[in-house]
Ligand binder design. Structure first.
Ligand SMILES: [Zn+2]
Length: 93
């Protein structure tokens, strides 16, 4: 089966980002001053990897290539989970 590199605009991208933002991922949430938002990130892709694995289980016809997807993130200059959310996770206007 062909493996898929998940990129913005593809089917399931929005679902990936919302999971990555949520409790199972970086857990973006409102914070008190001086920050608007706070989140967890240990400067790795551990949440991305976990969520891509969960999504592959949920939608077996989407055989996400986790390592190649992470490599693609790095090639775009995004070095961890929170950077993917901040730079690639913006809602379409
Ligand atoms: Zn980060």
């Amino acid at each position: 089966m062909e493996k898929i590199i998940l990129k913005p605009g593809m089917q399931h991208w929005d679902s990936f980002i919302s999971r990555l933002r949520g409790h199972g991922g970086c857990n973006f949430r409102k914070a008190s001053d001086p920050f608007d938002e706070t989140f967890e990130c240990d400067s790795t892709f551990r949440f991305s990897k976990k969520i891509l694995a969960q999504m592959t289980e949920q939608w077996p016809s989407f055989n996400f290539d986790i390592e190649e997807t992470i490599k693609w993130f790095r090639s775009q200059g995004h070095m961890c989970d929170c950077q993917v959310i901040i730079k690639l996770g913006k809602k379409k206007q």
